[in-house]
Design a protein around this ligand. Structure first.
Ligand code: CP
Length: 331
């Protein structure tokens, strides 16, 4: 059906159904942690993301956020998160201020994070922030007159990644409840895992954590998710959990957080998913990775239909479009 309800988007001559009017619960809100999202909120986010997917497939770009400006402020490297947020706002008809390398901004002259976000808040309607320090997004939120979306803060959280991860699982498996989900690799420093584990507490799932001894999930995060009822077991070997795994979520070892090369070399390459691994996995297992990968999944696996990591990238566009529209009060 092609029609528009009140407040929804005319799209390049077509009129596209974007669902019923919403309650604006995220309008003007910062998005700093997945802990902000109830199960009902998740349903809402994903329903809007579905509508974004339909709209993009139908018309590509539309004018829901015409005139709105997003500042994309990245203090540390990114390919997917920065470019998908820019693509998302542009597909919504808005525009972006991309600051992908702060060394070319006044940060290199010593400008503080509070002053930088206060400045960008004067120009933009929304600020997406990646920063190497845990808690930086919360700090920015205290100083910004405009909503902040946390695009990864040090070893803390990466909430939009976890939301797109969950959206991917729903799409690939049709549901989340009842699944056995294995998180593999660097669970200590990998913020995507910290956010995803927290988000999974909202679901009835079994979680297997597989990592080298030195890269186990931080104890405080483990206690937090267990106290919320998440069934978690920890393992050193993938082999013991692979046969029961419905979703295998692989992460890279986060080299940037290691003090010395020897310590990194000792754990890098601990787990590599190959075609042989996939032969021993369930026929309907979903293989995910937040990317970038640096050898944890062999390229020979890419053509396996269970390899979902590039579809995961695509789902991220729709989820980030949904989040931007919601925070702007236009979802
Ligand atoms: N998954 C993710 O955050 O990728 P980027 O570092 O490329 O943004």
């Amino acid at each position: 059906m092609e029609r528009v309800q009140a407040g929804h988007a005319p799209m390049l001559g077509k009129r596209v159904e974007l669902g019923p009017p919403r309650d604006g619960r995220f309008k003007g809100k910062h998005i700093l942690s997945v802990n902000q999202f109830s199960r009902e909120d998740l349903e809402y986010v994903f329903s809007v993301a579905e509508e974004m997917r339909t709209a993009v497939e139908l018309v590509g770009t539309f004018d829901l956020l015409k005139g709105k400006v997003l500042a994309c402020l990245f203090y540390s490297p990114s390919t997917r998160t920065s470019s998908s947020f820019i693509a998302a706002v542009e597909r919504l008809g808005g525009s972006a201020i991309p600051i992908n390398e702060v060394k070319y901004s006044s940060v290199s002259k010593g400008e503080s994070l509070p002053d930088t976000v206060r400045t960008l808040a004067a120009y933009a309607d929304l600020i997406v922030l990646r920063h190497p320090e845990t808690g930086a997004a919360a700090t920015a939120a205290r100083y910004s007159g405009k909503p902040i979306i946390n695009a990864g803060d040090g070893q803390g959280e990466h909430p939009t990644q976890a939301l797109l991860d969950l959206f991917t699982i729903r799409h690939e498996r049709g549901h989340v409840d009842g699944l056995t989900i294995t998180l593999l690799g660097d669970l200590k420093y990998g913020r995507t895992v910290h956010s995803l584990a927290r988000l999974l507490t909202k679901h009835d799932v079994k979680v297997r954590m597989v990592s080298p001894e030195t890269l186990r999930l931080p104890r405080d995060v483990l206690e937090e998710v267990r106290s919320r009822g998440l069934m978690v077991t920890e393992h050193a070997s993938l082999e013991e959990v692979l046969p029961d795994t419905d979703v295998l979520y692989v992460t890279r070892v986060q080299k940037e957080y290691f003090d010395d090369q020897a310590a990194y070399d000792a754990v890098q390459g601990s787990y590599v998913i190959t075609a042989d691994t996939m032969r021993r996995a369930r026929k309907d297992m979903v293989l995910m990775h937040p990317l970038p990968r640096v050898g944890e999944i062999a390229m020979e696996v890419d053509d396996d239909p269970r390899a979902a990591y590039f579809r995961q990238v695509q789902y991220g566009l729709y989820v980030r479009m949904a989040l931007i529209a919601m925070v702007m009060g236009r979802a």
